[in-house]
Ligand binder design. Structure first.
Ligand SMILES: Cc1cc2nc3c(=O)[nH]c(=O)nc-3n(C[C@H](O)[C@H](O)[C@H](O)COP(=O)(O)OP(=O)(O)OC[C@H]3O[C@@H](n4cnc5c(N)ncnc54)[C@H](O)[C@@H]3O)c2cc1C
Length: 423
């Protein structure tokens, strides 16, 4: 069988590993428009701040592709997909036929039209090349602005601050990490950022970028500020990179629609990772998860299903972890439940200790979690979400410091306990 994989990152790599566990015969060709060894995108901001060396980004051994007997074409962009003839054409003119195709093309950084692309000092943070460019700009910069207060924006702000730049964050909403945490947790995080002298402008957007020649000098905001800066990182979110299916009948909403087997609306074509829309356990809806852990799980499943080892995806749980000013933060699932939809919320706040815990429940099952300051038991709680466990018998203890594996003893059947050791 001829297997073709487009994209060589979390999802594409996981698919190869699953396939080769069971199938030594099929040929695997992988296309990547990047030219770097497999690297972890999640660690890019730590390389930016020099907290890890470039080699620390490495995600698999340099010999990975030859060990897995994968024909890797680096610096090669797939530009056209013919679903009837089952082949993909690349920007170098090469054509690759397939029996099974995995689209693992990830996502693209959104870039507002009012910000000029190509201006010196204006960057996004998505790839290793982007980071190399930012590192070059950091050397001649004193002040930086980050546009966007999501996960990537926050990671960028912390890294630039650690590089010694006076750093400001411009956020359109009233809180940072709005997809991940609630107003109270955002308050804690903002205080920590303030302590690191990162200034956050809430409910603000950039309206104009000032330059001298083609070099960035300042940004202007809709609340009238002029913030001088030599570096701007645009982190306004990501969108699934679905370009390749534009001329096909493969169905998409925000991302490419997939079923529980990571199959698209075309039988022999699969999608996984940031480009794919999958079932979300905590909301019960289909969505793009845009997280490394989800991309790996989906890639593994796509690989298995492509070689006929049918396995269904339980669904994604949005999960994230971050350290802000040394304070650990973990969030899972629905953290800002809509009113009137039957959600119940339990919180515990210890302001002085910098601890905040929130559990979101529906029908006695955990749908979301925020743990800030104390993240012990995050694994047990995640496993309760994944297993859709009825927690009514110990609901009142979920946010207590004493909650843990021990709480489950006597609450769930003894034979079931082992499951929580290895979710
Ligand atoms: C700075 C940063 C920090 C992050 N931090 C976290 C974190 O802490 N936790 C977390 O869970 N997630 C984090 N993420 C998100 C995580 O990195 C992504 O969810 C994950 O990389 C998705 O993997 P993927 O394989 O779907 O796609 P991607 O990693 O986006 O890879 C897709 C690859 O396909 C290539 N490609 C695209 N189109 C084509 C084409 N037509 N032809 C050939 N190649 C193509 C792309 O260039 C890319 O190399 C972070 C992301 C960034 C950018």
């Amino acid at each position: 069988m001829k297997i073709l994989i487009i994209g060589a990152s979390a999802a594409g790599t996981a698919a190869i590993e699953s396939i080769r566990r069971y199938d030594q015969e099929s040929s695997i060709v992988q296309l990547s428009d990047e030219r770097h060894q497999l690297y972890s995108r999640c660690l890019l901001s730590y390389y930016l701040s020099d907290s890890i060396p470039r080699e620390g980004l490495q995600y698999r051994d340099p010999g990975f592709h030859s060990q897995m007997r994968v024909e890797l074409h680096e610096g090669t962009r797939a530009v056209h997909l013919d679903t009837d003839r089952q082949c993909v054409t690349c920007d170098d003119g090469s054509v690759h036929e397939f029996d099974k195709l995995l689209i693992a093309t990830g996502s693209l950084a959104k870039f507002p039209a009012y910000i000029p692309q190509g201006m010196e000092g204006v960057n996004v943070l998505r790839t290793l090349d982007d980071v190399e460019m930012i590192r070059t700009n950091v050397r001649r910069a004193r002040r930086a602005v980050v546009l966007g207060g999501g996960l990537i924006g926050m990671k960028a702000a912390v890294a630039l601050n650690e590089c010694g730049l006076v750093t400001s964050v411009v956020v359109r909403s009233s809180r940072v990490l709005s997809q991940m945490i609630d107003q109270e947790a955002s308050h804690f995080v903002t205080e920590r950022l303030g302590a690191s002298s990162i200034e956050v402008f809430f409910k603000t957007d950039i309206t104009e970028v000032e330059s001298r020649g083609n070099t960035l000098e300042a940004v202007r905001t809709d609340s009238g500020q002029r913030i001088p800066c030599e570096l701007l990182v645009v982190a306004k979110g990501v969108q699934p990179n679905t370009d390749l299916i534009a001329d096909t009948d493969i169905r998409k909403r925000w991302g490419i629609e997939t079923n529980a087997h990571m199959q698209t609306s075309r039988e022999n074509i699969y999608a996984a990772g940031d480009v794919a829309e999958t079932f979300d356990i905590t909301t019960g809806r289909h969505a793009v998860s845009a997280l490394w852990t989800c991309a790996v799980q989906q890639g593994h499943l796509a690989g298995l299903n492509m070689i006929g080892r049918g396995k269904a995806y339980d669904g994604a749980v949005l999960m994230n972890s971050l350290s802000i000013g040394g304070i650990p933060l973990i969030s899972y699932g629905v953290t800002n439940p809509p009113e009137g939809e039957g959600y119940q919320v339990i919180t515990r706040e210890q302001g002085r200790a910098g601890v905040y815990k929130k559990i979101v429940l529906k029908e006695h099952r955990i749908r979301g979690i925020i743990l800030l300051g104390r993240i012990d038991n995050a694994g047990v709680l995640l496993s309760l979400i994944q297993r859709r466990e009825d927690v009514s018998s110990f609901e009142d203890r979920l946010v207590s410091d004493q909650f843990g594996y021990g709480t489950l003893v006597g609450s769930v059947g003894a034979p079931d306990l082992a499951r929580y050791h290895n979710p």
